[in-house]
Design a protein around this ligand. Structure first.
Ligand SMILES: [Zn+2]
Length: 102
């Protein structure tokens, strides 16, 4: 998985194209991620007895990782990620500025 929680990413396609946000959670099984402020849908919720109030709530839906690009923390550009292999480690590397991201 090239994207991790806490990464800054940019959306490449869809209604939020060009939007940047921080990855809140990665969902490997769905090949998706929850990105703060991206892919928000309004959901109308009926009032229920007890604590839940009726009204419109915002739901952040997962977005496919293939639709995201990492924004490199070093050069601040949306970039493809490569790997730099060390002796015992595999670190992510920005293909644009060649800096290790992790
Ligand atoms: Zn970079």
């Amino acid at each position: 998985m090239k994207i991790k929680s806490g990464d800054e990413v940019m959306v490449l396609v869809g209604k939020d194209k060009g939007t940047k946000g921080k990855v809140d959670r990665v969902l490997p099984k769905l090949n998706s991620a929850i990105v703060v402020g991206v892919n928000i849908y309004k959901k109308h919720q009926k009032a229920q007895k007890g604590t839940i109030q009726g009204g419109v709530i915002d739901i952040t839906k997962p977005i496919a990782i293939s639709n995201l690009s990492i924004v490199c923390p070093k050069c601040k550009l949306p970039s493809k990620i490569g790997y730099k292999l060390g002796k015992d480690s595999k670190k992510r590397m920005c293909k644009k500025c060649k800096q290790v991201i992790d």
